[in-house]
Ligand binder design. Structure first.
Ligand code: CP
Ligand code: NVA
Length: 301
């Protein structure tokens, strides 16, 4: 059978994704019970990071340690990939040694190129286009707090970026309704949006998206690699802050999520981020459990 990759949420079926979320919840229970469970004993994860990371790196590395495997951190500063060794050569060499590879990089095409030459599963740990591993944690967190996400209304407020694209795919795959409020010039990719059909749509204002929402999500206004656009973006996004007024339009039990790192008083007010509807710390912790479930799915056969 062809090797399975996880480059976007579309690489798994809705049934596989639902099972993965349930498994993440179960793996969390196992870890908290103190039981030693090592389905990845002697397995090795290669971690290629061309951008910074706290959560993704620590979650993957901890997941491998807790399941009996090992993780190798590979930065462009000290690998030959960073000195221009071709992607296809790096992919063929690394995948002859390790059992699974995760990549965080800029161009999504680079990840696809790498995966095409890899004989082991490749996981997207964030590209400029997509951030699918974050969605596993977000859906797990919603399910743990509120039950099934199917049929719920989710509001995306802000940049039509990698996280927004992953939310659009998630709306398709997990069966929720996504309403996106993004300023002109910062809209999500047309093809990703079109492919989602009625699962995701653009709305005119943040208030339209927030009204009666079950979950409100935002992200930074300038993603990694866009730092020098920040001044310009701050002006474009000035009316897109998730604050308590916006939250008050949603359902009373609406949750707030943010993949983090967050910029307080920019995309989210401090009182919302630190408030009772915010589940961002659970969301961050669930990166560990959901990525463990993903590794088990791809590797522990
Ligand atoms: N949310 C997220 O991916 O965080 P890191 O950049 O810290 O990995
Ligand atoms: N959109 C953000 C997400 C960080 C986890 C970025 O790409 O920088």
């Amino acid at each position: 059978m062809a090797v399975r990759h996880f480059l976007s949420l579309m690489d798994l079926s809705p049934e596989e994704l639902d099972a993965l979320i349930q498994r993440a919840i179960e793996l969390k229970r196992i870890q908290k019970s103190g039981e030693i469970f090592e389905p990845l004993k002697n397995k090795v994860l290669g971690m290629v990071f061309e951008k910074s990371s706290t959560r993704t790196r620590v979650a993957f590395e901890t997941a491998m340690a807790q399941t009996g495997g090992h993780a190798i951190f590979l930065s462009p500063r000290d690998t030959q990939l960073g000195r221009g060794e071709p992607i296809e050569d790096s992919a063929r060499v690394l995948s002859r040694m390790v059992d699974v590879i995760m990549i965080r990089t800029f161009e999504h095409e680079k990840l696809e190129h790498f995966a095409a030459y890899s004989q082991v599963p490749v996981i997207n740990a964030l590209t400029d286009l997509q951030h699918p591993v974050q969605l596993l944690a977000d859906v797990q967190t919603y399910v743990e707090h509120r039950g099934p996400i199917r049929g719920k209304k989710v509001a995306w407020i802000g940049d039509g970026n990698n996280m927004c694209h992953a939310y659009i795919d998630a709306a398709r795959q997990f069966g929720f309704k996504l309403e996106i409020a993004a300023p002109e010039g910062y809209l999500p990719d047309e093809n990703i949006l079109k492919a989602a059909g009625s699962a995701a749509k653009m709305v005119a204002t943040p208030a339209d998206a927030a009204r009666d929402a079950d979950l409100i999500v935002t992200d930074v206004w300038a993603s990694m690699g866009q730092e020098e656009e920040m001044a310009h973006r701050s002006r474009a996004f000035a009316n897109y802050q998730v604050d308590s007024t916006l939250m008050s339009l949603a359902k009373p039990d609406c949750l707030f999520m943010h993949c983090l790192p967050a910029h307080r008083e920019e995309e989210v007010s401090t009182d919302v981020l630190e408030g009772p509807q915010s589940v961002v710390w659970d969301e961050a912790e669930n990166r560990l459990h959901s990525q463990k479930a993903l590794l088990e799915f791809l590797v522990a056969k």
